[in-house]
Design a protein around this ligand. Sequence first.
Ligand code: HEM
Length: 481
Amino acid sequence: RHNYWANRGIPSTPALPVIGHAHQLFLNKYPWEMFERDYKLHSRIGLYGRYEMFSPVLVVTDPDLLKQILVKDFDNFTDRRPFGSQPGSIMGSMLSNMSGEEWKTLRSIMTPTFSSGKMKRMFDYVCTNADSLVASCLKDAQNNLFLDMKDKCGRFTMDTIASCAFGIEPKSITNEKPVFAQKADNFFSMTPYKLVRFVLMFMFPKLFNALGLKADTADVDFFRDVVEKTIKSRQQNNRQRGDFLDLMLNARETNDDDENLSTKSANHVLTNHTVLAQCIMFLIAGYDTTASTLAFASHLLAKNVKEQQQLREEIQELVKKEGELTYHGVMEAKLLDACINETLRLYCPAATGERICTRPYKVPGTEVTLMPGDLVQFPIWSIHRDPKYWTDPETFKPQRFLPDNKTNITPFTFMPFGMGPRNCIAMRFAQMEAKVALAKLLLSAELQVVPRYEDIILDSNSFLLRPKDGQKIRVIPIKQE
Ligand code: HEM
């Protein structure tokens, strides 16, 4: 049963009996490295096959084919593999884990959360929290040789998503015990038990359910309590902020008699349970990826002194021109954009992407017809570091993303937020949040590498790229003129 790829002329390295290539996940230091060896062997061809037990998986590395699958033929690949789908589970009801029409309807309800108008309104909340982050860094820098930037930035991203989307103020940045941030961190931190649980839930959902394991963990229950209280208080006060929570509650309460078809299907999708699930997803998803990005960016700039100074000068120039840091200024800053992009190229928090085939699909240029349920993976980490697309790929060179050079980048070789209609729904928000925090930090402080912490060490127990044991750097206040 491991002849599927050979019979169709698709390269595949020899599989082990029964388990196929599933063992690759455990042979490497990091999960995303399981693609490295086969990527190097087969990327010239643009695709290769592997097996998870007996199930064939197509790994796509060719940028044109990726564009085809993720964008042009998206209707054949609308879903990811089901994750945490148990009756009544919060995890299974999150947008990220939904499929088919339910996903489509919910995605269209949630998309306006990050419209340009809403982003501009959220900018002030982001700035307030970024100011608290900088103040906290400067204060702690007085008594500490170095700061843990992952911890600091995690508190910032938690406070920012909570205030922007829900009007909650956890005050994680100033709190000695930042419960919200700690709970979100717990969700992503893997112990060996959690890792096994995660692999079972992801790769062997039937076995996971048969063992009576629960998809929702205690951390999810904590956020369920927070969101339930927030919804109750908002309904009692009858106040509208025009934020994500209002958007969800208003869509849920739209009258059932409405003749508008899309509203009817929205009512069908939006139960109390699904509203709750999306809110919890935002609090959790809003925390880790952006915090790690900021921690990685701080470290890379601490290490690359020239780039750090050039970026500081760009931001100082902006502030001089506009009187303060404005939404427009932050979004237009070219080097700031390039530094965040280069950070995400080298350290993309979500290192692997995947889609499930939802309609039979003949893969262009091959004899393969994928059937509904077949899995397609794309190794983002390997593509981001492929010397075919990036000269000197291991080196931090933000200049690659400056407008003059950007046109040299092969489309679909840079995809830290995924691509196509099912890409990261909060991409523009995450970019704005990271840019504001980094800009404010650089205006007030110089970032330096700490001896013994010169390199980024990644957490090998995580499926997301996260710094292991935080990300330590030295923060030196800049004397204001
Ligand atoms: C630097 C920060 C972030 C990165 C690198 C990132 C990356 C990603 C990636 C790679 C995907 C999968 C896309 C695909 O399959 O094509 C994704 C999906 C998603 N992200 Fe993000 N993300 C970030 C921040 C956020 C934030 C702040 C939120 C929420 C507030 C968020 C919410 C989501 C959701 C809900 C999905 C699932 C979308 C769907 O299935 O329709 N992300 N993200």
